[in-house]
Design a protein around this ligand. Structure first.
Ligand SMILES: Nc1ncnc2c1ncn2[C@@H]1O[C@H](COP(=O)(O)OP(=O)(O)OP(=O)(O)O)[C@@H](O)[C@H]1O
Ligand SMILES: [Mg+2]
Length: 409
């Protein structure tokens, strides 16, 4: 059967038990999805849209054919490469044999945002919660085995699975730690640098540049460093979790994941004018400049996020900022994943300055922001070494910071 109908649940503000909001029918053959709100849900005083952009309340929902037939927020709540690998292993099926609806149903309480997907409106809350921090050595053992195509111990695999419904390609697991939920990001097979520690240093540097970041740490498990980042879409409430709605930049713009030509920072700024504060738009500008300065070329629109709180949309704290290694002497040109200015994706400060007005920023102010960020990032080596990146790795990263020396006039 290529068509499946599943129930979409939502955790409303202040509630730790989800309520059914409507039915989603998805055809894997045509790649088209259709959602309809339930009448009882719509009548609730505190009803919120399950996707504020694609499925506003009071408007007849339209079928969706982009992104494999998933509405943006549904896609954001689904797993990506890593989570799909874990689910396909659990179901003993090749990843391509499972449909989008299968992945939505199989993902669990650690998925992004405030939605859940169940077979029937009567299905109860999921029984298994995220694993505890103390089990990380076991979880990492299982993750390493699965990442290299081997079999993992069944009990350890179960722990990994419980924490693996978030998006992204890198190996990771959501764990409960202290009073919150954290994402533990592991080293990946084939990493030639200590990426967890580099991500830790880069995120902290972003924080010093006035970019809002979640709490981040680095811990050692055996000989391996693990990057820990606190989840901004969960808050503990008794034995359960309160959840905030999450939508990626891709969903805010209703872009298709394959339609890279349309990805564009100033276009996101234009859309943000309708939904967020002016300060959030200025922050997007800072993030774009920072991505150029540290050569974070994986700044695709799903690596930008928004939170919804009782229907209001705001820019989420930043995540997944990692300098891409570049080899010295191979040429200094590089491109971000999204267009930044008159010269498209070309990653130069000059190009980024060309469209500052679209972010509501005057030329003078834009120069000022770039100057301040550049002043901070120029000292990256000292900062990275103070955060435990080795001198050898810093040498290897040096070509990635060439834009700190770009001449602007
Ligand atoms: N601190 C956080 N709180 C809540 N959700 C987060 C947080 N950080 C990341 N996410 C969500 O988890 C997803 C995966 O995280 P992240 O982008 O860091 O992983 P990744 O595997 O490095 O991704 P990519 O495939 O882009 O390289 C993000 O796209 C976002 O939806
Ligand atoms: Mg990512």
């Amino acid at each position: 059967m290529t068509e499946k109908t599943i129930t979409v649940f939502i955790y409303l503000p202040g509630e730790t038990i989800a309520v059914p909001a409507g039915l989603f029918t998805h055809s894997s053959e045509s790649g088209i999805g259709t959602f309809a709100y339930g009448r009882r849900y719509i009548e609730r005083k505190n009803a919120l849209p399950v996707d504020p952009i694609a499925l506003p309340l009071g408007v007849l929902p339209q079928p969706v054919s982009i992104n494999g037939g998933l509405y943006g927020v549904f896609r954001d709540a689904a797993p990506d490469y890593w989570g799909r690998l874990i689910i396909s292993v659990a179901m003993s099926a090749p990843p391509e044999a499972l449909s989008e609806a299968d992945y939505l149903l199989a993902a669990n309480a650690t998925r992004a945002g405030n939605l859940d997907f169940r077979m029937s409106p009567r299905d109860p809350e999921p029984r298994l919660g995220p694993p505890h921090f103390n089990t990380l050595p076991d979880i990492m053992d299982a993750a390493e085995k699965i990442g290299s195509g081997r079999k993992a111990d069944q009990n350890l695999f179960q722990l990994l699975r419980q924490g693996s419904s978030l998006g992204g390609a890198r190996p990771k697991c959501t764990v409960e730690w202290e009073d919150g939920l954290w994402i533990a990001k592991f080293p990946a097979k084939g990493d030639s640098l200590n990426i967890p520690r580099i991500e830790y240093a880069a995120m902290n540097l972003a924080g010093r540049c006035g970019i809002r970041i979640p709490e981040v740490r680095v811990i050692s498990v055996g000989k391996k460093d693990v990057f820990m980042i606190r989840r901004f879409d969960r808050e503990k409430s008794g034995d359960a979790w309160l959840r905030q709605g999450f939508l990626s930049g891709l969903s805010l713009m209703q872009w298709d994941e394959r339609d890279r030509m349309r990805w564009d920072y100033p276009a996101i700024a234009d859309a943000m004018r309708r939904y967020t504060t002016a300060e959030d738009i200025r922050e997007l500008f800072r993030r774009m400049i920072f991505n150029i300065l540290v050569r974070n070329t994986d700044d695709h629109p799903r690596n930008h996020g928004f939170l919804t709180d009782a229907g209001k949309i705001s820019l989420s704290p930043a995540y997944d900022i990692v300098p891409a290694p570049s080899r010295a002497g191979i040429g200094t040109d590089f491109y971000l994943a999204m267009s930044v200015g008159d010269k498209g994706r070309q990653a130069t400060l000059k190009n980024a300055l060309s469209r500052a007005a679209r972010f509501g920023i005057s030329n003078e102010e834009a120069f000022d922001i770039v100057g301040r960020l550049r002043g901070m990032v120029c000292n990256w080596r000292e900062h990275f070494e103070a955060h435990g990146v080795s001198a050898i790795e810093a040498d290897m990263l040096a070509p990635s910071f060439e834009r700190c020396h770009e001449t602007l006039i």
